[in-house]
Ligand binder design. Sequence first.
Ligand SMILES: Cc1cc2nc3c(=O)[nH]c(=O)nc-3n(C[C@H](O)[C@H](O)[C@H](O)COP(=O)(O)OP(=O)(O)OC[C@H]3O[C@@H](n4cnc5c(N)ncnc54)[C@H](O)[C@@H]3O)c2cc1C
Length: 592
Amino acid sequence: MGLVDSTSHADRMEQREQQIRQAEELLGSLPQASGVAKGMFAGRFVDDWVFPYPDLTGIERAEVEAAVVALSHFCDEHLDPTRIDREADIPRDVIDGLAELGLLGMTAPAEFGGSGFSQMGYCRLLEVIGGRCSSTSIFVNAHHSIGMRGLLLFGSESQKKKWLPDLVRGKKLAAFALTEPEAGSDASNVQTMAIPSADGSHFVLHGQKRYITNGAIADVLTVMARTPIEDSRETAITAFLVTPDMPGFQVTEPRMEKLGIRGTATARLAFDNLHVPRENILGPIGKGLKVALTVLDFGRTTFGACCTGAAKTCLRLATDHARSRRQFGRPLAEFELVQEKLARMSAWTYAMEATTNVTAGLIDRGLEDYMLETAMLKVWSTERLWTIVNDAFQIFGGAAYFTDLPLERMLRDHRINQIGEGANEVLMSFIALTGMRGPGMRMKEVSEAWRHPWAGVGTVGHFTSDTLRMRFRSPAVPVRAPELRSDARRLGKAIRRLGTTVQWTLVRHREEVLERQLVLQRIAWIAMELYATACTLSRWDHELADNNHTHDAVARLFVADSLRHVDACFQGMRDNHDPLLLAAASPQDVPS
Ligand SMILES: Cc1cc2nc3c(=O)[nH]c(=O)nc-3n(C[C@H](O)[C@H](O)[C@H](O)COP(=O)(O)OP(=O)(O)OC[C@H]3O[C@@H](n4cnc5c(N)ncnc54)[C@H](O)[C@@H]3O)c2cc1C
């Protein structure tokens, strides 16, 4: 029994069935080609998704480098994160300045006034802002990475022509409105209704949204609402373009008071008899959840970039402080427990940058099936950054507590990362379950085939040979540098072991695995570490090819630490005290 047991077993089963139906519908509409993450769950390594390490092409590289210099200069002159935090506002001249630099429409095509930058190029710029001011990076993310992304990806030509030029130039601002009181982590539970008018010319929206970044300052909002499905009693989510001048659009709270990223305007909204013209439907009707999840793929990549920027800032501040502050007659940097923190910060920062770059590269190559990789990047980077900020804080000791240093603000600002754009617990279950779906379906096909052995002989044969291959042969990880071969072999072995562990888990837990979140969490961590290790090896290999040994120590530490964590998770699959933990989760004496 859980701590709160207000729902009956039958209700829970019904809810679960419904969730499975929704997930099947959603995942069924997405491509199933095996990418690097899905491949790892089947014990394979799809190497060309990670090797060679991706880089910007010649012309774009020069443009991005110039933009990074211009943005850094602008930030030095005009961006004051302390003031933004204290006054809980990003000044209009900062927004205008960012718009002038092109940052509010960087990835939009030139025909709409954008720079046509790749996701990788855009990530480099967001890293600069993320390293300085999280309020500003989240504002830019809400506007560009998710607010106008739906339009860029799913907008019709006329919608793009109408809205994009002003959004790209920052004359108008955008927001993305999915979350509601009853639809937080359970994003599919949107309650806002959009009923078509009798003549079909418009939809009438009723409902509420909350926690919407830019919600009260945006001129265009991508709003998710539930629409009836023709000839059915069921409903589905559809995306709409909503503007605040539409009668019935209400801002119930323009700037909710909050802990961190205080410069962002986080709003509560209500729609009361709001008429939205039919031509404002964004993407196919009834496919709003797919629109939302695709948009969030982009947002999660820029999360990685912003985390990388913040991690670099923490590393710089902590290293400077550890070298200059003396206690017991020595600089702090000479104590092993301080060195441990600095070393791990450096290793994680290096890996975070590599993983962000590879993931952005997947989007730029036009691959479609990167939702697992973006989710893994988001969870892994935000978890690691939280420890990095905490460790930097610890190295500063009491000084970090005071508002004349940025660390107390950074601690407040970065707490949102593990919650926003999908709470990490929810994403970890998603990563493990989506990753295991392919092998699970394969095993189901095989068990069906056993029932009709002659018809299914090919299926059983392929499955058996794949399983044998996985048991005895590890996939190759194609590093060029001889000194990386042993790490590459260890990575290959761990990927093989993930494949066999997934099969074992599916046989052991069957469909009950959906509820076994402690198991799913271990599998998700294994997959995230293996992905980060593969990206790190790719970057390191690329550097060694240039005879660049600058990062050898941090890269070596990262790979060793990460694979050690993977081993611990594998061990925990068979050797754990999960039942004890679950029994203690509903204590008899909850403090009153
Ligand atoms: C400052 C801020 C800005 C935001 N900006 C936007 C925005 O611009 N647009 C937008 O649409 N939304 C926005 N959000 C909403 C954000 O995406 C949600 O807060 C997030 O999805 C979590 O939903 P929730 O807060 O309702 O938490 P809940 O769904 O109530 O979950 C609470 C906690 O319960 C746990 N949990 C929930 N479900 C599960 C599960 N299945 N398994 C295990 N654990 C679980 C998790 O630990 C989670 O953190 C913003 C939120 C904040 C705080």
